[in-house]
Design a protein around this ligand. Structure first.
Ligand code: HEM
Length: 400
């Protein structure tokens, strides 16, 4: 696998159209090749709900620390060059890297921030004029979760703009395309990465004896983490808690427009909580998680050797007719809705409750503020980082 860019898509997803709508391909694969080896990319793809669920639940067979194998990935995670963060760690390191912060992300702790998050949303919406044509990602979906993460980490207010710029660069510099593009993006990404590492390194040192209740202080004061691990923790929160949530909010607007749901969600005729779960299922921001087999294993009738890279396609699992009635239909109040958009097992998304609260507030505020939300779906282009679009043009009008 040496030299294979990690996110090289399978041939079936080469076109932009297919990236926006990978669901037909998923359906075909679930029928024809639910567990398949891709010769060109040198990895396995897994499509069925039951198999994907098995993979995310069994961390002993399917390890997350892909760096511990001999699989070389050009496009390594942004944050794991020096010290792995929890997302790429296996037990026992995983517990050490995650447990100290778990309680801060429980529903009760997260709910305490509601008023501050509402204020952040209001401030951003204040900057949008009625009647304007805007890219809602640029004006709202992106700065909103980034400001929230900056707030939770306890960054100085004056640094928020810098943080937003880094966050954009971190996620926009995708390592796909031709070799020249990959090389140049790699260099720019390395530079951004250096700047961010240095920035967090300094803040962590400053807060080692601090008394604040922000997440940087929490990490800084933890004796069980190395300095590099503390830096990786901060970077992980920025990356993992950022585009995912941007896409949840934007994908929700996309689904509302397609299904003519703006009024029903605004008036409460459709439950916001439920519709957010359906967006998570129907247009899952993270379509895949990756693992490495630690031993030979049988899955879906295929034998996978030890040390193989496996892509578990949660976006496909969430549309599996063996688990969901009419999975290709967007049902705003689907119940039950056992989607696995946040993964499962020990790596279940740390920020799941945060993301749900963020989306709830964002959609409430946005729909309250603007009576007309008129997205233009005619020319969407896919992100290369996660499942969503690069920009989302909308005309917005208040009621008065
Ligand atoms: C893990 C999805 C928001 C932080 C994960 C995983 C998924 C996921 C699928 C599992 C990865 C794996 O098993 O390899 C999402 C989605 C989000 C979201 C769809 C928004 C809609 C957030 C937010 C944060 C966050 C807001 C910020 C705190 C993390 C972390 C992990 C993780 C730290 C690693 C957990 C571990 O390995 O123990 N997320 N996420 N996520 N997520 Fe999220």
């Amino acid at each position: 696998n040496q030299g294979v860019a990690f996110r090289t898509p399978p041939e079936a997803l080469a076109s932009e159209q297919a990236q926006l709508n990978p669901f037909d391909w998923y359906a075909e694969m679930r029928r024809e090749h639910p567990v398949r080896y891709d010769d060109q990319r040198g990895r396995w793809d897994v499509f069925k709900y039951e198999d994907v669920k098995q993979i995310v639940s069994d961390h002993e067979t399917y390890a997350s620390d892909v760096a511990s194998t001999d699989i070389r990935l050009v496009d390594r995670d942004f944050d794991t060059d020096r010290a792995p963060s929890m997302i790429r760690a296996d037990p026992p390191a995983h517990g050490r890297l995650r447990n100290f912060v778990n309680s801060r992300f429980q529903p009760g702790s997260i709910a305490e921030h509601r008023a501050r998050f509402e204020q952040i949303a209001d401030d951003l919406l204040d900057d949008i004029d009625s009647g304007a044509n805007v890219d809602i990602i640029d004006k709202f979906s992106h700065p909103y979760p980034v400001t929230i993460i900056a707030d939770l980490l306890g960054l100085p207010r004056d640094d928020y703009d810098q943080f937003l710029t880094w966050s954009k660069a971190a996620t926009e510099l995708s390592l796909t395309g031709d070799e020249k593009a990959i090389e140049s993006n790699k260099r720019r990404r390395a530079r951004v990465q250096r700047e961010m590492r240095e920035y967090f390194s300094n803040l962590i040192s400053e807060r080692a004896t601090g008394s604040g209740d922000d997440l940087i202080t929490l990490a800084a004061m933890n004796d069980e983490l190395t300095h590099e691990e503390k830096i990786s923790f901060c970077l992980t929160l920025l990356i993992a808690g950022n585009v995912t949530t941007v896409n949840l909010i934007t994908n929700a607007l996309w689904c509302f427009e397609e299904n003519d749901l703006f009024d029903a969600v605004r008036t409460g005729a459709v439950s916001r909580t439920k519709v957010i779960e359906e967006v998570l299922r129907y247009r899952s921001p993270a379509q895949t998680v990756r693992r490495v087999t630690t031993k030979p294993v049988e899955l879906g009738g295929r034998r996978i050797d030890a040390g193989e890279l496996v892509l578990a396609r949660i976006g496909s699992a969430n549309r599996d007719p063996a688990r969901f009635d009419s999975p290709e239909e967007f049902r705003p109040e689907r119940s039950p809705n056992p989607h696995i958009a946040f993964g499962g097992g020990i790596h279940f998304c740390l920020g799941a409750q945060l993301a749900r609260l963020e989306a709830d507030i964002a959609l409430e505020k946005l729909l309250d503020r603007f009576e007309v939300i008129n997205p233009d779906l005619s020319d969407l282009s896919p992100q290369t980082f996660l499942y969503g679009v690069k920009s989302f043009p909308c005309r917005l009008e208040t009621g008065n």
